[in-house]
Design a protein around this ligand. Structure first.
Ligand code: SAH
Length: 348
């Protein structure tokens, strides 16, 4: 499957590029090739995520889900939806915790990678898979979990140049950044219009479109969305594009399709898109505060008590997930809920 448009040609592995394309199209093609061909998670892969660090993460998300569904009076009708579920670890841990609370919702995964779908099938065999959010069920409330999903979607970058705002393109051999020709001032949030020369503004059109589509659904059907990712509350300037290979930072323009490309998530943008489409956003809090409010200390004590020889590992995992200098504050949590749904736990 080659993607073509005037002036560019990208092979499925993203390596053959003729002419110039937007950073957005490059990132989309490179990540599609990357995720389609491997399981990138874990020690032997390129990066690790919270659910792979400890079962406590998925379990607490599961209890969060059960508490919200039960208080909304939707325990019998709600579906569990996850966007980009990776190895299915978060879902498996969450569903196990939910069963303890008497909840066994149907499971729907939105996943494009065949390799990761196969992993998810082993972890959660009863799931139903979707290519995109549009085919999710329309007849029931949905609680949607997205952990490190939005960061993997392609971004557009705009740079303030002497000629005005220009989109960042990539081209040449070796690949390098090139300034686009068209004026892009209309894409820049008004608060940033006068940013200094060299400033970079990012937008994630795919994140905005997926959220808009889901939000309209949730507002009509009931439910909520929980987004957990590294990010910031914009509008802000800054180049957050990064590449990871074998757990180290790498050049995002080298070896297209062979390294994980991500960008930080603008949580204020997600909240505002949700609000426009009828949802109520809560506050954006650090992952550390969220997991602590949900009871990670008690869960860690219980796990360590049952398995004293693993007490050190449990304590290390808890610190990794919650400490301010690890994942506790760079990673943020935002919940958006249908107007008639109760406030979710974890944000007080
Ligand atoms: N949530 C998991 C995996 C994070 S990696 C975890 O926390 O471990 C990003 C996930 O999003 C992968 O499962 C990847 O295949 C999926 N993904 C990336 N782009 C996607 C897209 N456009 N649509 C659906 N899934 C996508």
């Amino acid at each position: 499957m080659w993607s073509r448009s005037p002036g560019r040609t990208v092979s499925p592995d993203g390596t053959r590029v003729a002419g110039i394309q937007s950073l957005h199209d490059y990132m989309a093609a490179a990540n599609a090739a990357y995720y389609a061909t491997r399981d990138p998670l874990g020690a032997a892969g390129d990066f690790i995520t919270a659910p792979e660090i400890s079962q406590m993460f998925g379990e607490l998300v599961g209890l969060w889900f059960a508490d919200l569904a039960l208080r909304a009076g939707a325990g019998a009708s709600v579906a569990y939806v996850e966007l980009g579920p990776g190895r299915g670890t978060l879902a498996a841990d969450a569903l196990r915790a939910m069963r303890q609370a008497g909840l066994a919702p149907p499971v729907h995964f939105v996943e494009t990678s065949p390799v990761l779908r196969a992993r998810q099938q082993t972890a959660v065999p009863q799931a139903t898979w979707h290519e995109a959010v549009e085919s999710l069920p329309t007849d029931r409330p949905l609680i949607v979990i997205a952990n490190e999903f939005f960061d993997a979607l392609p971004i557009r970058q705009y740079e303030r140049t002497a000629r005005g705002w220009r989109e960042r393109m990539v081209g040449g051999v070796p690949l390098r950044f090139i300034s686009g020709e068209m004026d892009c001032a209309e894409a820049i949030p008004i608060q940033l219009a006068d940013a200094p020369l060299g400033a970079i503004v990012e937008r994630s059109p795919a994140s905005e479109a997926i959220l808009a589509s889901l939000a309209a659904r949730l507002a009509a059907q009931g439910g909520a969305l929980l987004a957990i990712d590294y990010g910031y509350e914009g509008p802000a300037t800054g180049d957050t594009l990064q590449a990871m290979k074998a757990h180290a930072y790498a050049d995002p323009l080298a070896d297209a399709g062979q390294r994980d490309l991500t960008a930080h998530v603008d949580f204020a943008m997600l909240a505002s898109i949700g609000r426009i489409h009828g949802l109520r956003p809560g506050p954006c809090v650090g992952q550390g505060a969220f997991l602590t409010a949900l009871g990670i200390d008690a869960r860690a004590t219980a796990l360590a008590g049952r398995n004293p020889q693993r007490a050190g590992d449990v304590a290390a995992a808890k610190a990794r997930l919650t400490a301010a200098d690890q994942m506790g504050s760079l990673f943020k949590v935002l919940a958006l809920r249908a107007p008639h749904w109760p406030e979710p736990a974890g944000f007080a």
